[in-house]
Design a protein around this ligand. Structure first.
Ligand code: RFL
Ligand code: PHB
Length: 389
C-alpha cells in the first residue's frame, strides 16, 4: 500500500493529526498496536486548553464536547486549610474545558469512518524503514499477515514507549529527563465532585488533586511512593485518605462510591529535542512527557499536531517545506514552557522525600505570595489556560 503520510499510534496526537490531514485532502493511514476497546478504555487527561478544543471545533467533531464539556473559569491551590482561587477567566479572559481524553479519543475514532480516515488496530511488530531516505516505509503484521505502507512522511505519534523515537540513531538524540520520587494514584467514580472547580492541595498528608469528568463523575489523585502498587490500596483506604485531604477545604466534602478505575502513574519530565529524523516527525508523548500537575500532556500533543499538520499541508498544497523545516524549533519553544510550568507546579504542590523543613517553608512562602499577588496569579493562570500557539 502507498499513502502520503503514515501515522503510528491512535492516541490523541495520531487521531487529531489524521483528521486534520484528511480534512485538508491529504491522505493518510493510522496504525495502532492496541485494540480499539483498549484505546477507548484508557483513563487519562481531563483538562483541555483552547488549543485542543479549537482543533475539535475546526474538525467539526465537537458534539460531545459542546454538550458535555464543563467550562471552568477558575481552579484552586490549597495548603492546609486555605484555598487560593486562581481566577483564570478574570485574569486572562480565557477558560479551560473539563472533558476526558477518553471521550476525545472515542469521538475522534467514531468520526473516522465517515471521513474516510483509515485506522488499523491491533497492528503488531511495527517497524520503521528508511526514515532518513527519500522512500520511507512502515511494516507491521495483523492476524499473521505482513503489511507494508510506503509513504512520503512518517508521523511518530506512538507515545513514550513507542518505536518511533527509539528508531532514531542514539548519537543524534538530544534528550533531557527528570524523574520524580513519587507517583499519582488515581480513582474514577460515579459520585458528585467535592468541589465545583479543581483543587490541587499540598496539605500535611501530601499532595492530592480533586478533579472531575462531569457533575456526577469524580476523578481524584493522591501522591504515593514509587514503591506502592495499586493492590496495596483498597478503595476504602483511598476514600478515607481523600476525605482527610478534602473534606475541610471543599464545598461538599468527598462522596464515596465504587471505583470505575484505579491506577498509579509515575511522574516524569522528559524532552527529546530531536523531533525530526529525515522524514520521521515525532509528536506528543513520543517526544516529551510532563508530570500531570499542570494538565499539559494532551494539550502539548494537540499543539505539536497543529504545527505538524500545517507543515505537511504546506508541503502538499503549496509545495512549501519551510514549515516542515521549522517544525522542531516551533514545537520545542512551546514544549519547554509547558515543561517549566508543569515542573514548577509539581515542585510547589508535592512533598519531596528529600526535602526538609526549609524547603517546606519555601513552598509555604511561595503560596503566601501567590495568595497575595495578582502578578503571581496571572503568571499561573496564563500558563494554566495555555500559552498561545
Ligand atoms: P498516547 O496517548 O500514549 O498514544 C500513543 C499511541 O501509540 C500507540 N503505540 C503504538 N502503535 C503502533 N505500534 C506500536 N509499536 C505502538 N506503540 C505505541 C499506543 O498504543 C497509543 O495508543 O500519546 P499521545 O497521542 O501523544 O497523547 C498524549 C496524552 O495521552 C498524554 O500526554 C496525556 O494523557 C497526559 N495527561 C494529561 N494531559 C493533559 O493535557 N491534561 C491532563 O489533565 C492530563 N492528565 C495525563 C493525565 C496522563 C496520565 N497518565 C496515566 C500518564 C493524567 C494521567 C494519570
Ligand atoms: C484529570 O482530571 O485527570 C486531571 C486534571 C488535572 C490535572 C491532571 C489530571 O492536572
Amino acid at each position: 500500500m502507498r499513502k502520503p503520510v503514515a501515522i503510528i499510534g491512535a492516541g490523541p496526537s495520531g487521531l487529531l493529526l489524521g483528521h486534520l490531514l484528511k480534512q485538508a485532502g491529504v491522505d493518510c493511514i493510522i496504525v495502532e498496536r492496541q485494540a480499539r476497546e483498549y484505546v477507548e478504555g484508557r483513563i487519562r487527561a481531563g483538562v483541555l486548553e483552547t488549543v485542543t478544543t479549537d482543533l475539535m471545533h475546526k474538525l467539526g467533531i465537537d458534539t460531545g464536547l459542546n454538550a458535555n464539556g464543563l467550562h471552568e473559569e477558575g481552579f484552586n491551590l490549597a495548603d492546609g486549610e486555605r484555598r487560593i482561587r486562581i481566577e483564570i477567566t478574570a485574569l486572562t479572559g480565557k477558560h479551560v474545558v473539563v472533558y476526558g481524553q477518553t471521550e476525545v479519543t472515542r469521538d475522534l475514532i467514531d468520526a473516522a469512518p465517515e471521513r474516510g480516515l483509515e485506522i488499523v488496530f491491533e497492528a503488531k511488530d511495527l517497524a520503521i524503514h528508511g526514515a532518513d531516505s527519500d522512500a520511507p516505509a512502515i511494516t507491521y503484521s495483523r492476524d499473521g499477515i505482513e503489511h507494508r505502507v510506503d509513504c512520503d512522511f512518517i508521523a511518530g505519534c506512538d507515545g513514550f514507549h513507542g518505536p518511533s523515537r527509539k528508531s532514531i540513531p542514539a548519537p543524534l538524540v538530544r534528550e533531557f529527563e527528570r524523574e520524580y520520587p513519587f507517583g499519582w494514584l488515581g480513582i474514577l467514580a460515579d459520585v458528585p465532585p467535592c468541589h465545583p472547580e479543581l483543587i490541587y492541595s499540598n496539605g500535611p498528608r501530601g499532595f492530592a488533586l480533586a478533579s472531575m469528568r462531569s457533575p456526577t463523575r469524580s476523578r481524584y489523585y493522591i501522591q504515593v511512593p514509587l514503591t506502592d502498587r495499586v493492590e496495596d490500596w483498597s478503595e476504602d483506604r483511598l476514600w478515607e485518605e481523600l476525605a482527610l485531604r478534602f473534606d475541610s477545604i471543599s464545598e461538599r466534602g468527598v462522596t464515596r462510591g465504587p471505583a470505575l478505575e484505579m491506577s498509579i502513574a509515575p511522574l516524569r519530565s522528559y524532552v527529546c529535542e530531536t523531533m525530526r529524523h529525515g522524514r520521521l516527525f515525532l509528536a506528543g508523548d513520543a517526544a516529551h512527557i510532563v508530570p500531570p500537575t499542570g494538565a499539559k500532556g494532551l494539550n502539548l500533543a494537540a499543539s505539536d499536531v497543529a504545527y505538524l499538520a500545517d507543515a505537511l499541508i504546506g508541503h502538499y498544497r503549496q509545495g512549501d517545506d519551510s514549515a516542515l523545516a521549522a517544525y522542531e524549533a516551533r514545537a520545542l519553544a512551546r514544549i519547554w514552557k509547558a515543561e517549566r510550568f508543569s515542573w514548577y507546579l509539581t515542585k510547589l504542590m508535592h512533598r519531596f522525600p528529600e526535602d526538609g523543613p526549609f524547603e517546606h517553608r519555601m513552598q509555604q512562602a511561595e503560596l503566601n505570595y501567590v495568595a497575595q499577588s495578582r502578578a503571581m496569579q496571572l503568571a499561573i493562570a496564563e500558563n494554566y489556560v495555555g500559552l498561545p500557539l
